[in-house]
Write a protein that binds this ligand. Structure first.
Ligand code: ATP
Ligand code: MG
Length: 393
């Protein structure tokens, strides 16, 4: 076995390379902010931009493990790899390369010249490896299974062999802010994941039916927030009680409860989006999945909502959502028992309500004032892993 190589750092390459001009600048500076936010503090000064890549300096193999795990959850990264630095001369490159492989391994040499001022071309580098085979532990082979990447950058090279694929997408924040309606179910955390993936910065809004915030903290909701926090560690949360809604709809027929609840949460989300300067509301709805998600009911409940409503799961089958939920390690949390915000027990919920009919029942139930009154009773602040650090509300 080779000795575990001591790496000098991790090199990070971003995706969406067609971004130009100002967009590109925002992309990179937001990505740097997000990496810094996610990294333990001691690495903060170690992140630098080097042309079209980012570099994190490390001092130990333990650092490498910690940083690699953290980077695998950050949107906007196409790949990353631990590297060693070498000089631009063949002696130096060969000595680093030898530390990466086992004796006799077949290795494809992949040189890349980011800086073309040096004398050796990429072809020269490959043919030098072949000429100096006797000095190599490994076998340079065109069809080699393993890869040796040599990135020539002016007066030094970045040498690496273990590329890891990143999550892709856009850095969280580059698409602005979104109010993400997060229930206790399977779908909305996955919708949140896809919203974050396209660069939306989340403000999580949850409507709860428990008697107190401490009771809510004892449920699966903190676990759901934690599982999303790894994709963006700074999340503002609104925990909005639903008792005012429940009292208001008590006199209405049960078949309307679901659509009334939906309209109530959209209206509340709209007020929050104005308070938070968000342009978008994100939900976990998927067309036709349940009665409230028919095209007619989606149209009626979203009538009058000025924000864009994004439904990232619109075209997903339930099974596809479940598969993704399992892949992200969220499924076991999402299926834990939970007290639903509205009874949702109506045997025959209305499947096709007109906007006018819904509007009229909504106002008959006195629901127009309820969103603002509920926000006044909400717990609002940043999620710190245990509780909402209340800032106002
Ligand atoms: P989920 O699996 O996300 O709970 P669902 O299949 O149960 O979704 P609905 O109950 O119709 O479907 O909810 C549709 C969407 O409305 C949810 O995905 C979520 O975005 C939002 N929503 C529902 N209930 C709540 C809640 N209590 N708090 C916040 N958002 C909610
Ligand atoms: Mg639900």
């Amino acid at each position: 076995m080779p000795e575990t190589p001591e790496y000098d750092g991790i090199v990070i390459h971003f995706g969406e390379l067609w971004l130009k001009g100002r967009n590109r600048h925002d992309f990179i500076s937001t990505l740097m902010r997000n990496i810094t936010l996610a990294m333990p503090e001691k690495y903060n000064s170690k992140l630098v931009k080097l042309r079209d890549r980012l570099i994190i300096g490390v001092h130990s193999n333990e650092d490498v493990g910690i940083c690699m795990d953290m980077l695998s959850n950050i949107f906007g990264i196409s790949w990353f790899a631990p590297f060693r630095k070498s000089g631009t001369d063949m002696d130096s490159i060969i000595s680093v390369a030898n530390s990466f492989f086992n004796a006799g391994e077949n290795v494809k040499i992949e040189p890349h010249r980011s800086d073309k001022t040096g004398q050796m071309t990429s072809k020269d580098i490959v043919s030098n490896f072949i000429k100096r085979q006797a000095e190599l532990k490994f076998v340079p082979e065109k069809l080699g299974e393993k890869k040796l990447y040599i990135d020539v950058l002016g007066d030094f090279c970045i040498v690496h062999s273990k590329k890891r694929k990143g999550l892709g997408g856009l850095p969280v924040g580059t698409s602005g802010r979104a109010v993400v309606l997060l229930s206790g179910g399977i779908d909305s955390p996955i919708a949140a994941y896809y919203a974050l993936k396209r660069g939306l910065e989340p403000i999580y809004v949850h409507f709860y039916a428990y008697g107190s915030i401490d009771e809510l903290y004892g449920t699966k909701m903190p676990k759901i927030l934690d599982s999303l926090l790894k994709y963006h560690p700074r999340a503002k949360v609104y925990a909005v009680p639903v008792h005012l809604f429940q009292i208001s709809v008590m006199k209405e027929q049960q078949k309307y409860e679901v659509v009334l609840f939906k309209k109530f949460i959209y209206e509340t989300a709209q007020i929050i989006s104005e308070m938070e300067n968000a342009k978008v509301i994100v939900t976990g709805e998927s067309l036709g999945q349940v009665s409230s998600q028919t095209a007619e009911n989606l149209a009626a409940t979203s009538q009058g909502i000025r924000c864009l409503i994004f439904r990232p799961l619109l075209g997903f089958d339930k099974q596809e959502i479940i598969t993704k939920s399992k892949e992200l390690g969220m499924y076991d949390i999402s299926i834990m028992p939970y007290k639903d915000a509205c009874s949702l027990r109506s045997r025959n919920p209305v499947t096709r309500i007109s906007p006018a009919a819904l509007e009229s029942i909504y106002s008959r139930a006195g629901l127009e004032r309820i969103p603002m009154q509920s926000i006044e009773k909400a717990y609002i602040g940043f999620w710190n892993g245990k509780s909402i650090e209340r800032s106002l509300g």
